[in-house]
Design a protein around this ligand. Structure first.
Ligand code: SF4
Ligand code: SF4
Ligand code: SF4
Length: 282
């Protein structure tokens, strides 16, 4: 049985955690899960912080039957141990007006390729469509954030200041009658782009920012910046490289965040930069 089975406080019972990439369930899958939970005596369903669903208070002897029925429902038993666990994603461009990327499509591709792989340490992956970071990607072992850089068309700005008002980072100021961007303050959220009444701001570079080694829990830590990627395929490839690197080098018994230096994060970052470093300007 996979790691998605958790022994409860009363060891005669277990909880089953299911696999739900990006937390998206069809109405049929949700109904099916409720039916299975009821059939096997669960008192309720629990929604977890990692966008999965748990079915609590089950008889461990019935796990083979429960697992089979959950698989047939399209919601198989998930993972929770030192594995790649449920992929978390915000709604992204499917629903959120601030999103810069298709988070759901990316979550599904990562899930198909890597979900449940046994690892020396637990790997949590979280994707946010913009730097607002609603799914806390920087507090996960692997985080992905969709970003866009703004570009003002030279010579046409009226200096009206609308874009400067929109920017929450104070990254735009009006100097000599035109807007000027302070790149050091810009988080590349792209919110200013739609604000210009004259359509003078364009997207310079839509990309995915990938970080490694964040964590929540007792001693939260922000992940380290690894690499920007230009498209979904490159993100999936880079995450595959991270997983291979961690699999080969990391020790079990310690969180990834505690051993980044010991497993030579800087050398790995250089390797990834050499392989994926060329950025397209789109
Ligand atoms: S992270 Fe950004 S894109 Fe995702 S839900 Fe939050 S605001 Fe929207
Ligand atoms: S992209 Fe975001 S942070 Fe950068 S200037 Fe525009 S609004 Fe400000
Ligand atoms: S909103 Fe447009 S016109 Fe106004 S300052 Fe910004 S770039 Fe210039």
């Amino acid at each position: 049985m996979r790691g998605g089975v958790i022994t409860e406080r009363d060891a005669d019972y277990c909880t089953v955690r299911v696999r739900v990439p990006a937390g998206n369930l069809s109405i049929e899958q949700l109904k099916g899960m409720a039916t299975i939970a009821k059939k096997f005596g669960a008192p309720y369903l629990h929604i977890t912080t990692r966008q999965t669903v748990e079915i609590p208070h089950l008889n461990p002897k019935l796990l083979p039957r429960i697992g089979k029925e959950l698989s047939m429902n399209g919601t198989p038993i998930g993972s929770e141990r030192d594995e790649i666990v449920n992929i978390v994603a915000c709604p992204g461009i499917e629903r959120c007006k601030y999103a810069n990327i298709d988070t759901i499509s990316l979550a599904k591709r990562i899930d198909e390729k890597l979900f449940g792989k046994e690892m020396p340490v637990k790997i949590r992956i979280s994707i946010s469509g913009c730097p607002n970071g609603c799914t806390s990607p920087l507090l996960n072992e692997i985080g992905v954030v969709g970003r866009i850089e703004p570009l003002r068309i030279p010579g046409m700005c009226t200096g009206c200041g609308t874009c400067a008002e929109y920017c929450k980072e104070g990254a735009i100021s009006i100097k000599n009658g035109v807007s000027v961007l302070d790149e050091s303050r810009c988080v590349k959220c792209g919110m200013c782009i739609q604000s210009c009444p004259f359509g003078l701001l364009k997207s310079k570079h839509r990309h995915y920012q990938i970080s490694v080694g964040g964590r929540r829990g007792r001693h939260p830590q922000i992940g380290r910046d690894l690499q920007d990627a230009d498209d979904e395929t490159a993100v999936v490839e880079i995450i595959g490289e991270i997983v291979r690197w961690v699999y080969r080098r990391a020790w079990s018994g310690r969180l990834l965040s505690e051993q980044l230096d010991d497993i030579h994060f800087d050398a790995f970052k250089k390797e990834i930069s050499e392989k994926f470093g060329d950025r397209k300007e789109t």
